[in-house]
Design a protein around this ligand. Structure first.
Ligand code: S3P
Length: 176
């Protein structure tokens, strides 16, 4: 089983990933962490020093290394579908889109507010446009789409993550 988690920044891929892996007896990887480890630089540094194109190249290479592996959950970066060459790796896996309406996502990003996301430095409208452009692409390419709403943000966190993980695992089991 190979599960890829997709979604915009702040969708919760990195929080859900380890819970999902544990419940499914799978290994968890975070693509950004793997990129940073290989490049020996943080994602923010890669963007600043080498630029987004260089980051996308590294992202592509790292994704490729997961393509034929089994027994894992991979949290991908929000821009994974920016490059068409990445689409096949995503459609070949049990790919799950963690979908949030824009306003809830914006609140989550504000609450998170970490400096590790270079693309958050832009203005809010540009970020919204990015989400608006990406949302239909995630929906088109992912095998499972989980649409979250305000009530999901209010659920007790750990139990909610476990419930979502179980929904994903039963869908991925049917998928193999
Ligand atoms: C990006 C999302 C980030 C990271 C990089 C670019 C994007 O990952 O890969 O900053 O293009 O949306 P997260 O979605 O985990 O924040």
């Amino acid at each position: 089983m190979r599960i890829f988690l997709l979604g915009f920044m702040g969708a919760g891929k990195s929080s859900l990933g380890p819970v999902l892996a544990e419940r499914g007896g799978l290994l968890f990887f975070d693509l950004d962490d793997e990129i940073a480890r290989s490049a020996k630089r943080s994602i923010a540094e890669i963007f600043t020093v080498e630029g987004e194109e260089a980051f996308r190249r590294l992202e592509r290479e790292e994704l490729e290394s997961f393509r034929c592996r089994e027994g894992l959950v991979l949290a991908t970066g929000g821009g994974i579908l920016e490059r068409e060459e990445n689409h096949l790796a995503v459609t070949e896996s049990h790919s799950v889109y963690l979908a949030w309406p824009w306003l809830l996502l914006r609140d989550r990003l504000q609450a998170d507010g970490s400096g590790r996301r270079p693309l958050l430095a832009g203005d809010e409208h540009a970020l919204y446009e990015l989400w608006r452009r990406r949302d239909p692409v995630y929906r088109r390419l992912c095998r499972q789409v989980l649409d979250f709403a305000a009530r999901d943000a209010r659920e007790p966190r750990e139990r909610h993550l476990q419930e979502i993980a179980d929904r994903i695992l039963s869908s991925a089991t049917e998928d193999v």
